[in-house]
Design a protein around this ligand. Structure first.
Ligand code: GLU
Length: 423
């Protein structure tokens, strides 16, 4: 197991707090308003004790953080890892508030965590844990409260169990409105949701290359993560003739300066359960991947991997944050001073939550959305949001992250003011 990629999540809350504090200074936010958005509105901690198929009772900690619901119900995925913490979930829920606001969907920010290693569970055991979670937090999930989705360690099958758990409890075939997104298409999920985050990353990179005068098809790309985000981005980039020179996941990495064959690598990952041991490249660690000789680096695995220690050694000219909070504040300063162009997470990986919104409205209206429409709207919204952020960043001569945060925070504040104050 490559330990560098594992559980680098403890700094996510610090990064989220730093981001909002910096934005508050730039926007000269009123202290009363800042107090409302600097901390989550509600955090639930709960112990789950499901009976697993082996007959034993498990004892599992879970969390839900609803950071802010000014613009709509809290939205954000369920993270399932053996190290997930309250702080990590709170930090991620804060980032979801800004991501939803930035990409212009009527959602607030939320996140859930289940502390359990999904790889240690057989499918039936994982289903029992997911159902136990859904039952345990049932009153905190709903189309007007918190709408979960997949995140690290969970997938569309798990969302199918969440959906079924809710309708089973009411004894109905369907639910009243959308309780969860990222479901299997057969259960009302939207086509293209699984690929949405990875495709969004590619649209954001395309837009950045256009602005920076980089010829897309000549770029050498290194990708950390080969799951729903990194794996999809790799396939899409290869289709557009970019050269993927290095890929790593939790099992290890592989590098080939002449370009990795992505379909063969995808096959290897399926059969060998990870990147490690891929015969088409030289073995590298996750740390080596980050510092590899490339033009574009896509951290698409976990948080806090680009740090004060390695930011000075990164060779890429462009960093596209597919993961949530992959860059620590110290690293961000170093990257900015080195003139490296960073597409911030709340913009770069917002394709997932945008298509979740399409799924939410599809289910609410009992409609069906064709893939062409999903893709057209996703590409349009990502490029439009990129332009708005880039325009502000250029006008103010500031990093993209600052511009993205300023737009997002200003929207939430506008919502707070429009709602008014309770007596
Ligand atoms: N987990 C994803 C994220 O971090 C998706 C959230 C959603 O669709 O609600 O953006």
């Amino acid at each position: 197991m490559d330990t560098n990629i594992r559980a680098k999540t403890q700094g996510i809350l610090e990064t989220a707090v730093w981001n909002i504090e910096q934005a508050a200074k730039r926007l000269d936010l009123d202290s009363e308003v800042l107090a409302m958005i600097a901390e989550p509105k509600e955090v639930i901690e709960i112990w789950l004790d499901p009976r697993l198929p082996d007959g034993k009772r498990a004892h599992i900690k879970a969390f839900i953080s609803r950071h802010n619901d000014t613009l709509g119900p809290a939205k954000g995925g369920i993270r399932m890892t053996d190290s997930v913490s309250r702080d990590e979930i709170v930090g991620l829920s804060m980032e979801m508030t800004w991501k939803s606001a930035l990409v212009g969907v009527p959602f607030g920010g939320g996140k859930a965590g289940i502390r359990c290693d999904p790889a240690s569970l057989a499918p039936v055991a994982k289903e029992a844990v997911i159902r136990s979670f859904t039952n345990g937090v049932r009153r905190h999930i709903g189309p007007e409260v918190y709408v979960p989705a997949p995140d690290m360690g969970t997938n569309e099958q798990d969302m199918g169990h969440v959906r079924d758990c809710v309708s089973y409890a009411t004894g109905t075939a369907i639910t009243r409105g959308c309780f969860v997104t990222g479901k299997p298409v057969i259960l009302g999920g939207i086509v293209g949701r699984r690929e949405a985050t990875g495709k969004g990353v590619v649209y954001a990179i395309e837009a950045a290359c256009e602005r920076l005068g980089m010829n897309f098809s000549h770029q050498r790309v290194a990708i950390q993560g080969f799951g729903n985000v990194g794996g999809v981005a790799a396939v899409e980039l290869a289709r557009r003739h970019a050269k993927i020179v290095a890929v790593a996941d939790i099992t290890g990495g592989t590098c080939n300066p002449d370009g990795l064959d992505i379909p063969t690598l995808a096959n290897h990952v399926r059969t060998a359960d990870g990147v490690r041991g891929f015969p088409g490249g030289k073995a590298i660690s996750n740390e080596q991947l980050l510092q590899t000789d490339c033009d574009i680096l896509i951290p698409a695995a976990t948080g806090s991997v680009i740090t004060g220690e390695n930011a000075g050694k990164i060779q890429a000219k462009l960093i596209a944050e597919g993961a949530n909070a992959p860059t620590t504040p110290k690293a961000d300063e170093i990257l900015n001073s080195r003139g490296i162009f960073v597409i911030p997470d709340i913009l770069c990986n917002a394709g997932g939550v945008f298509v979740s919104y399409l799924e939410y409205t599809q289910e609410t209206q009992r409609e069906q959305t064709p893939i062409e429409e999903v893709e057209r709207r996703l590409a349009g919204r990502l490029k439009e949001t990129f332009s708005r952020v880039h325009h502000l960043a250029s006008a103010k001569n500031e990093p993209m992250r600052h511009a993205a945060m300023d737009i997002a925070v200003a929207r939430v504040v506008e919502g707070i003011i429009a709602r008014g104050t309770l007596p």
